[in-house]
Design a protein around this ligand. Structure first.
Ligand code: ATP
Length: 361
């Protein structure tokens, strides 16, 4: 934590009788790349708009660097926003689009020109200044929007699904690019997205939102490996959730029964410590073999029947019907050697217990 952090304190926003943001409390560290991730309608944009000053909280307060900005007018906040629709001025050149905010602030021509050139270099559009937005690709227009939002040196940059209009390949390129730019300028980026891969690729910290609240907050890898709930496990990638029962505790471990398997999991990997639970394992942590006899020692395993296979290039995805009726998803890396097991084949699915986590059912 630092004095320059952005703090959202007990913020609620209601529209009529509907609560879009529900008593939200969040500290966004100064200089971090923070992602608000959630399904459509969970309140991400409303949260961002309150930080921008485009929406007033019904309750609670927002502070930046210790200053209460809850009711500060949008243009008086040291905050800028990049939207999915780039909202560039079509009749102005790229350079004039970027210079717009500087002109309004009364910055002199020479200083403005220098700053614009610096920003265009930053977004790798040096030399594009004289062009009109219509002469640029979608990805280039998005970079101009970014340069325009950064030129005033805001303390916080808000990004509302800024890559949503780009095709997948370009989006992946821009994710890496945005991360590079954030590292270079060092200011706080708050990025709203419903794309979990995008959030995990770019952000230092991800907050998963649901129904106006934070479901879990943390570093992407930590949340992926150790989700707090079945909802987060499924929202951040895919997860197999196997019905299980906590049977006891021993030496700091939680012992769990899951379909004939007795597992001991470190307490740190368990969100529940008694009663019924769900044992989670990611598809890439599961392995297939011919039958229970072939399972390596120390692995947990269940029998199953393959119901579907799909080759995805990097891996083959298998669906395996488990004894309790649901299907397990298994990703097997494509080694180019093994011939895939066909639907109908009886197999054992096995995994290292240390690769499991336990969440509430
Ligand atoms: P999306 O990814 O679809 O933009 P979101 O998570 O950003 O979704 P918000 O735009 O914050 O969600 O909306 C949260 C909820 O608040 C939604 O149910 C939405 O319909 C409602 N809402 C947002 N703005 C208004 C408004 N001005 N008036 C009434 N309801 C609103």
């Amino acid at each position: 934590m630092s004095d320059q952090d952005l703090r959202i304190e007990n913020v609620t926003k209601t529209f009529g009788g509907f609560t879009a943001v529900d008593d939200l409390t969040l500290t966004i560290p100064d200089g971090s790349f923070f992602a608000l991730l959630g399904a459509s309608g969970c309140g991400k944009t409303t949260t961002l708009r309150m930080v921008a000053g485009l929406e007033e909280p019904t309750a609670g307060r927002i502070t930046l660097g210790g200053t209460d900005i809850t009711r500060t007018r949008p243009y008086k906040r040291p905050v800028n926003t990049v939207f999915q629709s780039y909202a560039l001025f079509p009749h102005l050149s790229v350079a004039d689009n970027v210079a717009f905010g500087l002109r309004r602030k009364g910055v002199g021509r020479k200083d403005a020109d220098r700053k614009v050139a610096e920003m265009l270099d930053l977004v790798q559009l040096g030399g594009y200044g004289p062009r009109r937005p219509a002469q640029l690709s979608g990805g280039q227009q998005q970079r101009v929007a970014l340069a325009r939002a950064l030129v005033n040196s805001p303390e916080v940059l808000l990004l509302d699904e800024p890559l949503g209009a780009l095709d997948l390949k370009l989006r992946r390129q821009m994710q890496i690019e945005l991360k590079r730019i954030q590292t270079e300028v060092g200011i706080t980026f708050v990025h709203v997205t419903h794309d979990q891969e995008e959030a995990m690729t770019m952000a230092d910290t991800v907050a998963v939102m649901q129904a106006g609240r934070i479901e879990q907050l943390g570093a992407p890898a930590e949340m992926y490996e150790f989700p707090a709930s079945a909802f987060v496990a499924n929202f951040l990638g895919q997860s197999n959730l196997i019905p299980a029962e906590v049977t006891g505790h021993a030496d700091g471990d939680v012992t769990v029964d899951a379909h004939g398997n007795r597992l001991a999991l470190p307490a740190a990997r368990c969100r529940v410590t008694s009663g019924s639970a769900l044992l989670g394992v990611r598809p890439e942590k599961l392995h297939l073999c011919d039958g229970l006899d072939a399972v390596p020692s120390g692995h947990a395993a269940v029998r199953g029947v393959i119901t579907d296979t799909s080759f995805t290039g990097v891996s083959t995805q298998y669906l395996v019907r488990a004894p309790w009726g649901s299907e397990l998803t298994v990703f097997v890396p494509n080694s180019g050697l093994a011939s895939p097991a066909a639907p109908g084949a009886e197999v054992a699915v096995h995994w290292l217990p240390a690769h499991s986590f336990l969440v509430g059912s």
